[in-house]
Design a protein around this ligand. Structure first.
Ligand SMILES: [Zn+2]
Length: 321
């Protein structure tokens, strides 16, 4: 089995640490054999753009790096392949996502208020564990039926098999991994047009998309107060005076409301006063007596026939006549 995680660059010490933390089993199925240590936000697949965006979300994520333990999980070979190919993904649980949305909406209002009072943007505060439970759920994306690769092991008799069809309740799993890296990594597979629709994957896609849009918002700077006095700046004073003398912007709605009768006599053209006949439609054209279809040597085909290349061949016999 090739090393899909490119985890060979991870130190063996780090791998041992992550395996130990995850209980030496695949986090999804509990399979204890052939465990890979995998990146959530992949080193290669996600490039640096995702990491840059994560850092912009909050100063709290400044220390996040792809090789940090909070970005590393244990997968069996099957789940590793499915995760990195986007066939499955992991998202924060429904309840956790709702808390994240509430927090961001309230926090954004706090920042807006501060900026509107002339203070600098205090920055986003993200909920972090233990305040926010690091609770996750598995979401099948392009896998219609989740085949059990492992039921339980003697060491982990209660290892739960995630159910892909929303038929049974399943326990949510708690791992010591980054909620925000999980969210970012899930956005791509969930947006796949090949996503198999299910209530769970629909809700995950909607919430993940909403959260990322919320985290991308920036606080707009307040409009600067006018501190320039027109007396000090003659050009500005003249400009303001000229602006006051200018007629109001022509507006059909206000003209009709203010003087419906004058519009037809005034010099300003008003589209609303044109009579219907002046709008040239095919029906108007055909009703006019001076208009006739072009006479054509093609008879019934009339002028409706499209020209073809043969129409432009000069016939030498016709030229002689
Ligand atoms: Zn597995």
């Amino acid at each position: 089995m090739p090393d899909l995680s490119n985890s060979s660059v991870l130190s063996s010490h780090k791998k041992v640490y992550v395996r130990h933390r995850m209980g030496e089993v695949c986090i999804l199925c509990g399979c204890p054999s052939s465990i890979d240590v995998a990146h959530i936000l992949a080193r290669n697949a996600h490039g640096n753009a995702k990491l840059d965006e994560l850092w912009k979300w909050s100063i709290q994520l400044d220390g996040f790096k792809k090789d940090n333990p909070e970005n590393l999980v244990c997968f069996c070979a099957t789940h590793h392949r499915q995760y990195i190919s986007g066939e499955i993904t992991i998202v924060p649980s429904f309840a956790v996502r709702q808390r994240m949305i509430e927090q961001e909406i309230q926090d954004f209002q706090r920042r807006q208020l501060a900026v509107s009072q002339g203070q600098p943007d205090p920055g986003r505060i993200l909920l972090m564990p233990p305040e926010l439970t690091a609770e996750f759920e598995y979401v099948p994306v392009e896998v219609p039926l989740y085949f059990q690769c492992h039921t339980s092991s003697p060491l982990h008799p209660h290892t739960f098999m995630f159910n892909s069809q929303d038929i049974e309740q399943y326990p949510l799993r708690r791992w010591d991994i980054s909620i925000y890296a999980v969210l970012m990594a899930a956005s791509q597979p969930l947006a796949s047009p090949a996503r198999i629709l299910s209530p769970r994957s629909d809700a995950a896609e909607r919430d993940v998309r909403l959260l990322i849009q919320l985290y991308r918002r920036q606080i707009a700077p307040p409009s600067l107060p006018i501190t320039i006095s027109p007396q000090e700046w003659p050009q500005i004073r003249d400009f303001l005076a000229a602006a006051e003398r200018m007629p109001p912007v022509w507006n059909t709605t206000t003209r009709v409301q203010e003087s419906p009768g004058e519009a037809t006599t005034g010099a300003t053209p008003d589209l609303l006063t044109y009579e219907d006949e002046q709008i040239v439609t095919p029906a108007v054209l055909s009703s006019r007596t001076h208009w006739r279809p072009t006479e054509s040597k093609y008879g019934d085909e009339g002028s409706m026939r499209f020209a073809t290349s043969s129409d432009f061949v000069i016939n030498s016999n016709e030229l002689r006549e």
